[in-house]
Design a protein around this ligand. Structure first.
Ligand SMILES: [Mg+2]
Length: 318
């Protein structure tokens, strides 16, 4: 049986851990000193196999969803992560995005979870895209394989993002990403999943006036020749559109897990999140078995992560 929860979560976690030592490293530096293996220390001085906020917040969602969909509970787990170091590699938070921090603090002051995320133009960082993948597993169980044009499905995706990031552009980014993920989970090949997934998302958002004006930001992804855009025109910042493009581009220009995440990391800058976003889909596509064993073995608290995945798998099977 295909273990898609494990495939996706280990995929994103290993990508995260691979990128952590190199976050904020400029691409020019990585051109001279290319990342070829999992490293340690670097930006946050963390030991080998340490994963960051991207994985922690994804694990909050994995854990919460095993009890059903409850936005208060997800937010409570984000708060536990931020204040207590729950769901972390070593019991402490060493990396948190500004918008995420603001949203969690709002929740701690009693704001409703769905009103916590910022919705200004500047709130379009990649902080919800990096942790959105686990909702796919819940949606597949409750709504079937493809996301199609189901309003309820999109509302759930948007709400999960909205906990920390509520701008329509970010909601679209999450919608596009999950459409692609859903098709990969149905065993479409990578190129087909990307083109069809983006097309499905465009079909949905172009019909809705609150999203349509934002769609042009994703035009490059909707172009069949996106894969052939030169690397110099692929930006690897924490802006949600850049992160989505950079991760999809890395996936389209590689044909195994290892090369996909190494390509993502070597783009530089927001290395951990771009490798997380690429790694989740690469894990789904190639399977956890395709992740280099020595990388998996290095992952801090690997058994704990597997246990959380198994718990969600069991609850969704019931
Ligand atoms: Mg991070």
């Amino acid at each position: 049986m295909q273990r898609i929860i494990l495939d996706g979560i280990l995929g994103l976690c290993v990508g995260d851990a691979l990128g952590v030592p190199f976050e904020f490293t400029p691409r020019e530096d990585l051109k001279k000193d290319t990342v070829t293996k999992m490293g340690s220390h670097g930006t946050y001085n963390q030991p080998l196999g340490t994963w960051s906020d991207d994985t922690s917040m994804s694990l909050c969602l994995v854990d919460s969803l095993s009890q059903g969909l409850n936005y208060f509970d997800i937010m409570k787990k984000f708060l536990d992560w931020y204040t207590e170091g729950e769901y972390t590699s070593h019991g402490e938070v060493f990396d948190i995005g500004a918008a995420t921090k603001k949203a969690i603090l709002r929740f701690s002051e009693g704001v409703h979870p769905l009103s916590c995320g910022g919705s200004q133009e500047l709130d379009n960082g990649n902080g919800s895209l990096m942790r959105i993948l686990p909702i796919l597993f819940y949606l597949r169980t409750h709504y079937g394989d493809a996301l199609k044009k189901n309003d309820e499905v999109y509302t759930i995706i948007h709400n999960v993002s909205r906990l920390t990031h509520a701008h329509p552009r970010t909601l679209i980014a999450c919608g596009i990403y999950l459409n692609i993920a859903a098709l990969i989970a149905q065993n479409l090949n990578m190129e087909e999943a990307v083109h069809t997934g983006v097309q499905h998302a465009f079909d949905y958002y172009s019909q809705r006036k609150e999203y349509e004006p934002e769609l042009h930001h994703f035009a490059r992804l909707n172009d069949l020749s996106f894969k052939d855009i030169p690397e110099t025109e692929i930006h690897s910042t924490g802006y949600v559109v850049h992160t989505l493009e950079a991760s999809i581009w890395s996936l389209l220009n590689s044909n195994n897990y290892k090369d996909a995440v190494l390509k993502a990391v070597n783009l530089g800058n927001d290395t951990d999140t771009i490798a997380t976003v690429a790694g989740g889909l690469a894990g789904l596509h190639y399977g956890a078995d395709n992740i280099p064993k020595e990388w998996l073995d290095n992952i801090v608290r690997k058994d704990y992560i597997i246990e959380l995945c198994n718990q969600l798998e069991k609850s969704l099977d019931q």
